[in-house]
Design a protein around this ligand. Structure first.
Ligand SMILES: Nc1ncnc2c1ncn2[C@@H]1O[C@H](COP(=O)(O)OP(=O)(O)OP(=O)(O)O)[C@@H](O)[C@H]1O
Length: 605
């Protein structure tokens, strides 16, 4: 067969009339973004003229550099005016007519040897200007360059045709005039316009004036040197970002310029309840332009609980989510933030343990969440995570707690068993009997704790966790001591049947010889089954275990005097009473069962 021998190279051609509507429609999902883009361009133009002046390329007066935004409802126009470097007719043709040819990048390239860093200039894609067409049916540029050239006027109605002519303009700088399209007249509302300006431009580095008022703060504290700032500065900035919030516990000033650029301040909020967690969010900025408060992919999940500001020109902004997740810079930023937060916590712990302990109620959630979700964070914070015991014992670190329990809570195989309660009030009876045996009981009652327990079991050698009601005391920490049974196997069988008939089918009955100091009947929940059940409830997904009812065991203490009485007299009434007491201590006796129990008890008084 003859082989094909095509070999041709060429350029793929794009027809602008096809691509233009796509840019207009889909470049940004949110139409209000046009204002962010145009004001950013004005900021860039202003920064550029300042830079040119500072390196002696521009020797004229800089004058008032305020950017002015105005709206004319009758003429249906929005105007953005700057006193930046301006554009000559040639430059308009070059930078504006060529979509995706960014003058910003070219400027940085040209002047980088004279100290212009990438970070000073916002634009990077050469697309932002066209977002104007999302809201305007035609756009005018009237500009006068700082260079000796006549002013120029460019008009385009959103088709691929444009017109460029001379213009009258005294001042250096650029006016962008949007002739707002009928379907976008909402943007002619000055409240709306002002709120968009404030949202995106609140911390822009050049003053922006709207209706006679400067709407921004040009030097927000995250751009300053931490040594020049006081606690008051940080607190009042927090108040500005999140009015009416409680004071944050502490904060971290982020500042890195290699291998990526990032500044910001992260605050640890005081958490009042777990539901409120995601209400106030971290705000993401790029060169002081607000981008979003959906920082999901930029900030590690567990740090979403924090508040504050992150500013980085290295986060790709105009691209899709999936790209963001895969972006190497974003990954590095994630790692950096995680490390900084870990460092700060260690520093607080070391500097003043008492103060750290006081805050731990609030920050415990971050620390545990972080330890679960990030190995490096686990390593960093494993020595400063604190455990709290029931009663009034002080907080202990993992090592301290190991030391504390080593002598008393080792089982026969040398495994350390850490007992815990998920509800100290409900499980009080169990806690008290464990404590009277000389055991310690941890309080692990937050939503994150089941996962935290799982993580610790995976990381700590020969250590397991059991909830205080998971078994009889003798079995919770199995010391391998066999308690002799007073009863024969036959007698135990009889007792088992008797208790089964009294307890009903919901409970499995197990007759065991336990120490005499244990209760006559204890209701327990197998640790493994209970965890499976809890997990599937928390995950909201039906699972194999989730579909099964909670399983409870009634452990009958074959060595308890009351049980011997039940056996000797075949006393069903006493058996019922003992079972009800066990149910009561788990909060499982209610309704008719409870009423009967009360009646029976009162009658016996
Ligand atoms: N107000 C202005 N004054 C002077 N030059 C401007 C002005 N607005 C736009 N330009 C020039 O036009 C170019 C293209 O602007 P455009 O907003 O499309 O892209 P960009 O700002 O470079 O990048 P991005 O897409 O990230 O905004 C700019 O790089 C700049 O050179």
């Amino acid at each position: 067969m003859e082989s094909t021998t095509f070999n041709e190279k060429g350029n793929i051609s794009i027809h602008t009339e096809n691509i233009f509507p796509i840019i207009k429609k889909f470049l940004y999902s949110d139409h209000e973004i046009f204002l962010r883009e145009l004001v950013s361009n004005a900021v860039d133009a202003t920064q550029k003229i300042k830079r040119l002046a500072s390196i002696g390329e521009y020797t004229g007066e800089l004058g008032d550099l305020k950017i002015k935004v105005s709206v004319d409802k009758d003429a249906k126009t929005i105007t953005i005016s700057d006193r930046g470097l301006g554009l000559t007719a040639e430059e308009i043709k070059k930078y504006i007519n060529q979509i995706a040819f960014s003058g910003a990048l070219e400027f940085v390239e040209k002047y980088k040897d004279q100290g212009v860093e990438r970070g000073a200039i916002i634009g990077q894609f050469g697309l932002g200007f066209y977002s104007a067409f999302m809201v305007a049916e035609s756009v005018e540029i009237i500009s006068r360059s700082y260079q000796d050239a006549p002013a120029a006027r460019w008009v385009c109605d959103g088709s691929t045709e444009f017109e460029i002519t001379g213009a009258e303009k005294e001042d250096r700088g650029t006016d962008i005039i949007l002739h707002v399209a009928p379907d976008s007249e909402e943007f002619l509302d000055s409240f709306r316009l002002k709120s968009i300006l404030e949202k995106y431009g609140r911390f822009l580095p050049v003053e922006v004036e709207f209706e006679g008022e400067v709407i921004n703060e040009t030097e927000p504290i995250w751009t300053k040197n931490p040594t020049d700032l006081t606690d008051e500065d940080y607190l009042s900035f927090y108040e500005k970002l999140y009015p009416f919030s409680e004071k944050p516990l502490f904060w971290i000033h982020l500042n890195v310029d290699y291998p990526f650029n990032l500044t910001g301040i992260l605050y640890f909020p005081k958490i009042k309840n777990e539901l409120q967690l995601s209400r106030e969010k971290i705000q993401l900025y790029s060169r002081q332009v607000f981008i979003t408060d959906e920082v999901k992919d930029v900030v590690p999940d567990f740090l979403m609980l924090l508040h504050g500001v992150i500013d980085s020109p290295d986060i790709p902004l105009n691209v899709s989510r999936s790209f963001l997740q895969a972006d190497a810079n974003v990954k590095k930023i994630n790692g950096y933030i995680t490390r900084k937060v870990g460092d700060k916590l260690v520093e607080l712990f070391k500097a003043d343990r008492a103060a750290y302990e006081e805050k731990f109620g609030d920050i415990g959630l971050f620390v545990k969440y972080g330890m679960i979700s990030d190995e490096k964070f686990y390593d960093k914070t494993k020595d400063i995570v604190l455990l709290k015991s029931a009663g009034d014992a002080p907080y202990a670190t993992l090592d301290e707690y190991r030391e504390k329990t080593q002598a008393t809570q080792l089982d026969k195989d040398d495994n350390l068993v850490w007992l815990y309660t998920t509800d100290a009030a409900k499980q009080d009876a169990y806690i008290q009997s464990a404590v009277s045996r000389g055991y310690d009981v941890l309080v692990l009652d937050t939503i994150i704790d089941p996962h935290f327990i799982g993580k610790l079991e995976q990381k700590l050698e020969k250590t397991s966790f059991k909830r205080v009601d998971a078994d009889s005391l003798d079995k919770l920490i199995d010391k391998g001591v066999t308690v002799e049974s007073i009863l024969t196997d036959d007698e135990k069988k009889t007792l088992k049947e008797l208790f089964e008939s009294v307890a009903g089918q919901a409970y499995t009955v197990d007759v065991q010889p336990l120490s005499a100091d244990e209760l006559p009947v204890v209701l327990t929940q197998n640790e493994f089954m209970r965890r499976m059940n809890d997990m599937s409830k928390a995950g909201g997904q039906p699972s194999f275990f989730g579909n099964m009812p909670m399983s409870y065991n009634l452990i009958v203490n074959a060595n308890h005097p009351s049980i011997l009485r039940v056996k000797n007299a075949g006393d069903q009434g006493l058996a019922k009473q003992l079972v009800d007491l066990a149910l009561l201590s788990q909060g499982l006796l209610s309704g008719a069962g409870l009423t009967e129990f009360i009646k029976r008890t009162v009658a016996g008084l």
